[in-house]
Design a protein around this ligand. Structure first.
Ligand SMILES: [Mg+2]
Length: 260
């Protein structure tokens, strides 16, 4: 593999909540000397600017162009596909900031789009409001479909759990703009400006990180520091090209391939 760029997931790959995983900061600094590095997360609770601050606190520096979130992808998708819209958002400030940055109107009535991301204040009344707009013909978009996320203290319901409740109530499937969608895949390939087969996708989830890599014809490496355990891997039909204990083994993979 002639690798030119590395796309790295965040939660479960670089950190768990406020704890960095292994020597992720040093590994990323090393990789950045030889490869283009881009961070790709399905967690829409923070904006890209917030993620830059968070990574900075871990000693990892990057620019806005090196961070793509499912929230940013949703905002770009809405802008491109629907133009000027009235969007009802279930989500946190990070998601709202991305929409405002694309000049998208956030509304509580007469909405033509319902956008659902992870929301710590999710409630029955928000679900009911979303349902009303969808039944009246609004498009139903989800930042992502992750069933759960692992924080420092516990496993919590992911955006996918919220999305599923509204899908069930409305009988409508949401359009997903985050990993593993083609839309976010195209966004990152355009940003990196390298061929897909020259990209190594590194992440901890089979159904998002590894699946987007497979869908996009990239190389894939699964880290075992997050959502996927070895026993699940054996039962899954999704096969990464590489399986590593943690991100700290990525330079070794690339080095071996370079010499081979
Ligand atoms: Mg992850």
């Amino acid at each position: 593999m002639e690798c030119k760029a590395i796309v790295i997931d965040l939660d479960g790959t670089v950190y768990h909540g406020d704890n960095i995983i292994d020597d992720a900061d040093k590994v990323i600094a090393l990789l950045a000397k030889s490869y283009k590095v881009l961070f790709l997360t399905n967690n829409s609770t923070r904006s890209r600017a917030d993620y830059i601050d968070k990574l900075e606190r871990f000693g990892i520096s990057c620019s806005k162009y090196q961070v793509i979130t499912s929230g940013y992808a949703s905002a770009k998708y809405i802008k491109q596909k629907y133009g000027d819209s009235r969007v009802y958002v279930i989500g946190e400030n990070g998601l709202k900031k991305e929409l405002v940055e694309q000049d998208i109107q956030l509304c509580e009535e007469d909405c033509n789009i319902v956008l659902v991301g992870l929301d710590n204040e999710f409630s029955y009344s928000k679900m009911a409001k979303a349902l009303t707009f969808i039944l009246a013909g609004a498009a139903f978009i989800a930042t992502n479909n992750d069933p759960f996320l692992i924080t420092t203290e516990q496993v919590k319901p992911g955006a996918g759990a919220l999305v599923a409740s509204i899908e069930r109530a409305s009988g409508t499937k949401a359009i997903v703009t985050g990993k593993p969608s083609t839309f976010i895949c195209d966004l990152l390939v355009n940003e990196l400006k390298v061929a897909p087969e020259e990209i190594l996708m590194v992440g901890d989830r089979l159904d998002t990180d590894i699946q987007i890599g497979i869908n996009g014809a990239m190389k894939t490496a699964l880290v075992l520091t997050g959502a996927t355990k070895m026993c699940e891997l054996e039962q899954s039909s999704i096969s990464p090209d590489y399986i590593v204990k943690s991100i700290s083994e990525i330079p070794t993979i690339l080095d071996k391939n370079h010499r081979a």
